[in-house]
Design a protein around this ligand. Structure first.
Ligand SMILES: Cc1cc2nc3c(=O)[nH]c(=O)nc-3n(C[C@H](O)[C@H](O)[C@H](O)COP(=O)(O)O)c2cc1C
Length: 367
């Protein structure tokens, strides 16, 4: 049997294969963050398509961290029943689901959040909007909001949570020296800049208990001058197990114009697994299960990285927008490669539509 379809573990979770759906903002919630029926339909397709774990699109843990319109919310207890219905849909179709919990920080939606919070007020060039320095009592409030969000995910029957600590949102802004210029205990060297992630993880763990699966999606480096370095990212990885994390998904890059995490134009196997170096650096410093995201498209590349032992799970976003049944088609031998051409024409750009692969249409329009 292919190494892709061997059982794997993340904490107490047993995953039937090594293919994970990386968090993908679906834009399928109403204005208060409640999932629309469309999201149920998408998760049904993903679960039927045999992806071993669905990590939801990022959900905002507090109204001050809503990153964009139609983002799913997990900031109030009234959201537990609709989220439970969503988790039930996945379980009914044999799948597992983890909630990605996030705060948009300085990348929050200007319409929803006029007063965006950031570790420091220093303007950075990857967002057009301004942000003000978060006060210490607000830091405590947001840390608690992450814990409460995790509690809601658990109460709703989700199989785990993933803390979003990548892509230039609030947790990653605290990690980055570019966006965190604080002189108090939340800033300074990487040990200080890691305190926010440590406190968020602790709040989550306190709420969900010792056995509930808690993952992190970690930006291993910013890819921006003056940003988080890979050496610092490796140090963060080395401390995650001690913080109580069960598994780490490796990514990188800030948002906005520094969107290196969603690389375009992957056409050859040599261009796939574009963050493999992060796994090579992380593996020697942690025994946690490593999930790697970024450009996986071909069976041969997946098998090679899994066989090497550098990575335990393959995470994918765009291939599963292109074809939610991709894992099943791979298992059946119907395909050896995703049809995704990585043009990133899958973002939902208008309301009511949600993510969707628009590449064939794009090709027709621009011959
Ligand atoms: C439409 C879209 C939405 C995304 N939303 C999220 C998100 O909510 N949380 C997150 O951590 N990453 C998000 N990402 C990044 C992906 O999870 C992934 O890291 C990136 O696309 C690279 O993987 P891929 O080559 O398999 O697409 C998103 C990517 C796309 C294309």
């Amino acid at each position: 049997m292919s190494v892709i379809f061997r059982v794997g573990r993340i904490g107490r979770l047993e995953l039937p294969n090594r293919l994970v759906r990386s968090a993908t903002a679906e834009r399928m919630a109403n204005e208060r963050g409640y999932p629309r029926l469309q999201l149920h339909q998408l998760y049904t397709q993903l679960a039927e398509g045999e992806v071993s774990l669905i990590i939801t699109g990022h959900m905002y843990v507090h109204p001050s961290g809503k990153a964009h319109p139609e983002m799913t919310g997990i900031y109030e207890d009234a959201q537990i029943p609709p989220l439970a219905a969503l988790a039930q849909v996945v379980h009914d179709h044999g799948g597992l689901i983890a909630a990605q919990i996030n705060h948009g920080g300085m990348q929050s939606d200007p319409e929803a959040v006029p007063d965006a919070l950031a570790p420091s007020s220093k303007p950075v060039d990857f967002t057009s909007r301004s942000a003000r320095e978060i006060k210490t009592d607000e830091i405590d409030l947001i840390i608690d909001a992450f814990g409460q969000a995790a509690r809601r995910a658990q109460a709703a029957g989700f199989d785990g949570v993933q803390i979003h600590a990548a892509h230039g949102y609030l947790v990653s802004e605290f990690l980055s020296p570019l966006t965190n210029r604080r002189a108090d205990r939340w800033g300074g060297d990487i040990t200080g800049r890691m305190q926010f992630l440590r406190a968020v993880t602790s709040a989550v763990r306190t709420q969900v208990g010792p056995d509930y699966p808690v993952l992190v999606k970690l930006g291993m480096m910013d890819g921006v001058t003056g940003g988080l370095t890979l050496a610092e990212g490796v140090q963060v990885v080395s401390e995650l197990a001690g913080m109580g994390i069960d598994g780490v998904e490796l990514s990188g890059g800030m948002g906005g114009k520094h969107l290196v995490n969603v690389k375009k134009g992957i056409r050859s196997t040599a261009e796939e697994a574009y963050f493999i170096d992060f796994a090579r650096q992380a593996r020697p410093v942690t025994r946690l299960p490593l999930l790697l995201v970024g450009g996986f498209r071909s069976r041969s590349v997946m098998e090679a990285v899994l066989t090497s032992g550098e990575v335990d799970f393959i995470s994918m976003s765009r291939p599963l927008i292109n074809e939610p049944r991709f894992p099943r088609l791979l298992r059946l031998g119907d395909v050896d490669k995703s049809g995704c051409i990585s043009s990133s024409n899958c973002w939902a750009l208008e309301s009511g539509v949600g993510i969707g692969c628009k590449c064939p249409l794009d090709k027709l329009e621009k011959p």
